[in-house]
Design a protein around this ligand. Structure first.
Ligand code: PRX
Length: 681
């Protein structure tokens, strides 16, 4: 029996992605069967369900008339010119949504609320890392955005021009995105932790005319310089004509007169009158670079009308946004898609009050986030499993020391949330009361595609549950045939959706090759998944992170989930390394919780190898489990398995530009060396 799926993984080059169909089918699924709690379901609390924005009828309405459903959601926005056409899919994979309509993103996020009499409603509750605070109303934000729009125009920025944004999490960042959108220019945010080289590559690819940055920002009690990085990125000469600089860190910066402009000298002086004009729905809104399988980042392109429609709809439906009463906090940095869709756009489009925090969760200590939740009475919290696991490691006392009774809904994004972390999040953060929405989506999808509806769905820890209303997901084999429940396959999107990427900047061929070549006009997400018997979706990790041991294919997610299932484990990364006999061998890297009771590293290794074998089967028993202090991660907190693989195979570590902390490589190498002198437990 051939139990592998051969397909084109993400990236232009052909690759083999393999999913263990036999193991998944025989073992009846991975995550569920390992935890013995697969029957555990959490029905929405009755009071939550009774007041939820969206009920079960949304599924019915959307399945009866999918395009009519999306048209209704689009009509919740203000259109400068009404659309008459919903979807044009005549030239797949190039979709056009609401194409003859005209819209302005900034008008929808700001003017509309002010015109409706809600100008005094607080838009942003901002807290700097040192503890400084600002509260900004919709009217005040509109004022700032209008002035900035005039400044940008005066600097020669026109509709369609690209503006690079290299800023920390400060109110000016939100204002920048909205001002750029207001004049029809295209923002390209580069995460503030990226190096000068990465920034330069992105500026060059987008041919940006202007960069907006800050002198520096606060991180872990110190100033992290930004302007010097921009200076370095621009040193060799670029398309950039001006650099607009926010004073935040107060650090000394070099100044290139004529090119550099202080925000505080330009923006307050500019006129606060600015009329937002409508742009065609398919006018580009932003580019956001993300890594593919090749070293060259892909500039994911999003346009306006469909993106605003789906981000705002999902925010209303999945986060149950209530503008009068909610205090919403999404902890994502604006450098990532989550910080675009669910910080800069959807919450403002929906008129809610949101919290923005500049710094790290452990400054001055791990209580910081919970202090913020308590202070602002946050009602909806949206964060990532990696953060939750960090808090698990620190211990629940840190969280429980604060009054979190305001929280009514919790969200998760970025990777599959292992059931143990889900349950901890539910119990410790959500007081066993707040529903959890695990949201599956990607930079490319623009908005959430799979998640529970919090007032409708009985949630299952670890499952992303259902396609949202109006989205058609399927799980298929390499021939594109839907697989049976319980069997692993490839996640595809069957129909175009409003917030889908419209292309890769300047590279339509790569767009087609990466996402559309495998299954024709169905979008290939690059993720493995399976449906359970109830039709709920379980994500199994990227198909390029799959291992093959003695002809058995194992998903990294399943091994990591098994490791994290052990009470002593805080975090785990698993990789397959080359092995002459078995093809690949599983190597795991594990961070233990503080105060765990395993006496030595070799005992821990023995216990954890056995634990994985017990949960999955002997085939999955890791060859080695290295106990390490930290895992190599991207700045957004994703474990970089490629680096682990290099380290485990003792070869030089390749590209490390996405690594948050380079020191981790030396530390792990030393830990591996030390462990090699000890017989595996
Ligand atoms: O593998 C999936 C994983 O993150 C990938 C997308 O990463 P990115 O474009 O950086 O966007 C992250 C924020 C939307 C997906 O292909 N992923 C994201 N959310 C989940 C997830 N995997 C499982 N469950 C999720 N909820």
């Amino acid at each position: 029996m051939n139990d592998s799926i051969t397909t084109r993984a993400a990236g232009a080059a052909p690759a083999t992605a393999q999913i263990n169909l036999r193991l998944l089918a025989d073992g009846h699924g991975i995550i569920e069967s390992h935890h013995g709690d697969d029957e555990q379901r959490f029905a929405p609390p009755a009071d939550f369900a009774a007041q939820a924005n969206v009920g079960a009828e949304a599924y019915v309405q959307a399945s009866r008339d999918r395009l009519g459903f999306w048209a209704d959601q689009a009509r919740q926005l203000h259109w400068h010119r009404e659309f008459t056409e919903v979807l044009d899919w005549s030239e797949p994979p190039f979709a056009k949504w609401f194409a003859d309509g005209e819209i302005n993103a900034s008008f929808n996020a700001l003017d509309r609320h002010v015109l409706a009499g809600n100008g005094d409603h607080v838009a942003l509750l901002w807290e700097g890392e040192p503890g400084d605070r600002r509260s900004i109303t919709y009217a005040e934000l509109l004022d700032e955005v209008s002035r900035l729009a005039n400044v940008l125009t005066d600097l020669g920025v026109e509709a369609g021009d690209r503006v690079a944004v290299y800023l920390p999490m400060i109110p000016e960042t939100i204002a920048t995105l909205l001002a750029v959108a207001r004049i029809g220019a295209v923002h390209s945010v580069v995460f503030g932790g990226f190096s000068a080289d990465s920034l330069r590559a992105r500026i060059e690819d987008a041919e940006a005319k202007l960069v907006v940055t800050a002198d520096g920002s606060w991180r872990r009690g110190k100033i992290s310089p930004l302007k010097p990085v921009v200076d370095q990125a621009l040193a060799a000469g670029t398309t950039v004509e001006h650099v607009l600089v926010v004073r935040r860190g107060g650090n000394e910066v070099d100044w290139q007169s004529g090119r550099d402009i202080w925000w505080h000298e330009a923006v307050p002086q500019a006129s606060a009158e600015h009329e937002a004009q409508g742009f065609p729905a398919e006018h580009p809104l932003f580019i956001l670079y993300t890594s593919g399988t090749t070293g060259r980042p892909k500039g994911i392109l999003h346009t306006t009308g469909g993106y605003l429609t789906q981000t705002s709809y999902t925010h209303r439906a999945i986060f149950d946004a209530k503008p009068e009463t909610d205090v919403y906090w999404c902890t994502a940095d604006v450098g990532w898609i989550t910080g675009h869709s669910y910080v800069a756009y959807a919450p403002l489009i929906n008129g809610v009050t949101q919290v923005i925090y500049e710094g790290t969760p452990d400054t001055p200590d791990w209580g910081r986030w919970w202090q913020i939740v308590e202070r602002y009475k946050v009602t909806v919290l949206y964060t990532a499993p990696t953060a939750i696991r960090s808090f698990m490691k620190v211990g629940r006392e840190t969280v429980l020391a604060h009054d979190l009774s305001s929280l009514r809904l919790l969200g998760s994004v970025g990777e599959a949330i292992n059931p143990e972390a889900w349950l901890w999040y539910h119990e410790v953060v959500g007081s066993s009361r707040a529903p959890i929405v695990d949201t599956w989506w990607q930079t490319e999808t623009g908005a959430i595609l799979a998640a529970p509806l919090p007032g409708v769905t009985s949630t299952k820890p670890g499952s992303a549950q259902r396609a949202i209303p109006g989205v058609a997901l399927d799980i298929v084999d390499d021939a594109g045939t839907p697989v049976d429940p319980g069997s692993g396959g490839l996640l595809v999107v069957n129909e175009p959706w409003p917030s889908m990427l419209r292309g890769i900047w300047k590279d339509p061929k790569r767009f087609v090759d990466t996402y559309w070549e495998t299954f024709g006009d169905r979008y290939f997400a690059g993720d493995g998944a399976r449906f359970d018997e109830d039709g709920d979706i379980w994500l199994l990790g990227r198909v390029d992170d799959v291992m093959n041991v003695s002809g058995h294919r194992l998903s990294t997610t399943e091994i990591e989930s098994a490791l994290v299932d052990h009470h002593a484990v805080a975090e785990a990364g698993a990789v397959g390394i080359a092995d002459e006999t078995t093809g690949q061998a599983v190597i795991a890297f594990v961070v233990l919780k503080r105060n765990q009771h395993l006496v030595s590293k070799s005992e821990a290794e023995a216990v954890l190898r056995r634990h994985v074998a017990d949960l999955i089967g002997a085939i999955a028993r890791p060859r080695r489990v290295y106990i390490v202090a930290e895992l190599p991660k991207t700045r957004s907190g994703k474990i970089i398995r490629r680096v682990l693989r290099d380290l485990a195979e003792r070869r030089p570590v390749g590209d490390t530009t996405t690594l948050a902390d380079g020191g981790v490589i030396t530390a792990i190498t030393a830990q591996i060396e030390q462990a090699s002198t000890v017989k595996p437990g």
